[in-house]
Design a protein around this ligand. Structure first.
Ligand code: BQZ
Length: 695
């Protein structure tokens, strides 16, 4: 990762500012221990964007032999007619094991449950790579982990090329021409405009992964120029940053020919809820642009997908991708995903729950182990996030409002941070060189991280107690719990709820650690543990005091999810959104963070961007914007029979490994292929029909 670091200029500038502003605030600042050395981390082979892919017409195209009967009997047109004029072609030179062969299946195990197939209407498909595989986006960033720093820019995807206007305010994007949805209907600008106009810009709809108009810049517009051209207009000059927001999860158009008839704007008989839920998990063969289509769903059991016969990407030999004919998603738990991958009954896992590390390492070290395990950088990080809205987001009651007011007090956040023994917290998950002391903010070891700009208030219970005393939070009724001051929440006990996701042991273990470590300080923290989707809904709607969360890509890559680094818009930030009057009640330091993030978006000067992120990191950690808990490396576990798994692919960076490894070009050599397909030699049927078709 360090190789990526950018030459840094403004240290002097940064130090000047902080010294003047925050001597008082810096009280209790301590030396931040360096993360333990972690030798097991594997590194990618860095390449240029043009080494990975290009768009070009090829002299001939091929498909799996078993599909010939579908062409012969007229069910499908010949492969050349199913492909776009210039398919996206993956270059052999960038394929670790070269051109592949067709066949076999990747058996995923996931902890989520599909709500339905309307991704842009806000439904989850169960995560774990389902939505990443189904939804293709304008640009792509997962594979950027292997792109040279000086060439770092999102990969073209559904948008095959783009150019900026002279003044830098307009970006004209050329969509891939002649690509089709998996039911054969053409993909074009109408799909992009339906997503933008009637989902992102419709306040009644929240697409999955939370795209809002401000995700692409305040005041940004998008228009259709022709069937294969769209044009963005930005307030900023050449904000290349937004190209990252045009990748997964915030600009992945859905099939407008299927969705529009269900949208209340075009179907007044429908409510927005009916629109969101119009395609339940039982609805099979939902048209997608991704490589595989859902053909079977058994509740709490499995989702099976078969190759998309209209998939618009090939290898350099003209073989239409994907190579794998089937994907399976067993509906289980995230912990079981690790177990099955290590045991070989599953084929893939992002080892991300530190509690499973020792067992997984032991098992995969055996020569007979069915799976390969490769660690990446420390890009899994958890923080305790406090709800900063004091003007109604999530409609808190009197106690909740009083907690929000406290959350907005620096001394309160400092006290909570200094009461946390991060070493003990990390060791409670797993011993050894995995977890690092993480104060919050950008992660050590990532491109824009700067240790000198990182303020760390060390573990100090006495100082924490003194700060709470200073805030007038005294235990007035002697029950061991501090009380709100008289006149606040009835002077009741200081009780705070902490939201956590029960789908992950790590999330609840860390939350329980926080509860236990704050009890001696007289803060009664109450567990509010919810399953994944319920947790996500509560977090999205601000219905929480505190939340223990695994953080997003913005803390790792900065350039991905940038608008979530600060409340740059009413609904862009994870823990401070607009209140009931639609306004954001930002604290002065938050305003500074917003200014720095917007300046970062508005410039492409590398040194200026590095300095801005140093300033961001200093303001963030000095003000304990969130209380960092722990940071550790994830490990990719993939069954050894798979080829074309890129070296050094991180489980999480710009996106999750399900995107990073480019699954559509992953294959299994003929002599290693298992007999795991549930629906061999079948293809997706018509949208809404019962299952796959065999003739
Ligand atoms: C990876 C990922 C692929 C979402 C989800 C899940 C949701 C969150 C987050 C991860 C799962 C896996 O993470 O843990 O390893 O497979 O799916 O999408 O936590 O509840 O809302 O942000 O990505």
């Amino acid at each position: 990762m360090r190789k990526h670091a950018i030459a840094l200029g403004g240290a002097g500038l940064l130090l000047g500012v902080s010294l003047i502003a925050t001597q008082a605030q810096m009280a209790f600042a301590a030396e931040l221990p360096d993360p333990p050395a972690f030798a097991a981390q594997s590194s990618p082979v860095f390449v240029g964007v043009s080494d990975i892919q290009e768009y070009k017409a090829l002299p001939e195209y091929h498909q799996p032999a078993w599909m010939d009967k579908f062409v012969a009997d007229g069910t499908l047109p010949p492969v050349a007619e199913r492909l776009p004029k210039e398919p996206l072609v993956f270059k052999t030179g960038n394929m670790p094991d070269g051109v592949g062969v067709y066949g076999d299946v990747m058996r995923h195990v996931i902890g989520g449950r599909p709500e339905g197939w309307n991704y842009i209407g806000g439904q989850s498909q169960g995560w774990g790579g389902i939505d990443i595989g189904l939804s293709e986006c304008l640009t792509r960033t997962g594979p950027l982990f292997e792109v040279k720093a000086d060439e770092l820019e999102p990969l073209p995807n559904l948008a095959k090329s783009w150019e900026w206007s002279e003044d830098g305010h307009q970006l004209t994007m050329h969509l891939i021409e002649g690509a089709k949805w998996s039911d054969g209907v053409p993909f074009n600008a109408d799909d992009a405009m339906f997503y933008w106009n009637d989902n992102v810009n419709d306040p009644n709809v929240t697409p999955l992964n939370g795209a809002t108009p401000e995700t692409f810049g305040v005041g940004t517009t998008l228009e259709k120029v022709d069937d294969y051209t769209i044009k963005w207009t930005f307030k900023e000059v050449r904000p290349t940053q937004y190209l990252y927001a045009m990748a997964y999860g915030t600009f992945c158009p859905g099939p407008s020919h299927i969705l529009k008839p269900q949208h209340p704007k075009y179907n007044t008989a429908n409510t927005y809820d009916q629109y969101k839920n119009a395609f339940p998990p039982e609805f099979m063969n939902m048209p997608v642009m991704g490589a595989w289509v859902p053909v079977e769903y058994r509740p709490d059991d499995i989702v099976v997908m078969r190759r998309n016969p209209y998939y618009w990407k090939t290898d350099e030999n003209g073989n239409q991708l994907p190579y794998l004919d089937e994907l399976q998603y067993r509906l289980s738990t995230w912990a079981d995903r690790d177990v099955q991958a290590v045991a070989g009954s599953g084929d893939f896992s992002n080892l991300e729950q530190a509690e499973s590390y020792v067992e997984a390492l032991k098992r995969s070290a055996e020569p007979t182990a069915p799976a390969r395990l490769q660690f990446g950088a420390r890009t899994i990080g958890y923080a305790l996030r406090m709800n900063f809205s004091a003007n109604g987001w999530g409609e808190p009651d009197a106690r909740g409002q009083a907690v929000r007011e406290l959350n907005r007090q620096l001394d309160f956040r400092k006290a909570v941070s200094m009461a946390i023994d991060r070493q003990r917290l990390g060791d409670s998950l797993v011993r050894g060189p995995f977890t690092a002391i993480y104060p919050g903010g950008l992660y050590a070891g990532t491109t824009f991280y700067d240790k000198a700009s990182t303020v760390y208030y060390g573990y100090d219970v006495a100082a924490a107690n003194a700060l709470l005393d200073g805030l007038g939070l005294k235990d007035t009724d002697g029950n061991g719990v501090r009380n709100f001051p008289a006149g606040t929440a009835g002077g009741g006990d200081l009780e705070v709820t902490v939201l956590a996701n029960t789908d992950y042991g790590t999330d609840t273990n860390l939350a329980e650690g926080v509860i236990a470590q704050l009890e001696p300080l007289g803060i009664r923290v109450i567990a509010n543990f919810q399953t994944g989707t319920a947790r996500d809904d509560m977090a999205e709607s601000g219905k929480y005091d505190w939340s223990v969360e695994r953080q997003g890509a913005e803390m790792v890559a900065v350039v991905q999810g940038t608008s979530a680094l600060a409340p740059t818009g009413p609904r862009t930030h994870p823990f401070h959104r607009a209140g009931t009057d639609g306004t954001l009640d930002l604290l002065p330091f938050e305003q500074e963070l917003v200014t720095d993030v917007n300046s970062f978006i508005a410039t492409s000067d590398a040194t200026e961007r590095a300095d801005l992120m140093k300033k961001y990191q200093h303001t963030f950690t000095e003000n304990v914007y969130s209380v960092g808990l722990t940071q550790y490396p994830g490990a990719l576990i993939v069954n050894k029979r798979f080829s074309n798994i890129p070296v050094g692919a991180p489980v999480f960076m710009f996106n999750w490994a399900e995107d990073n490894i480019i699954r559509e070009r992953v294959y299994v050599a003929a002599d290693k292929q298992g007999n795991f397909e549930l629906h061999p030699n079948t293809l997706p049927g018509a949208p809404g029909s019962a299952g796959p078709i065999s003739e």
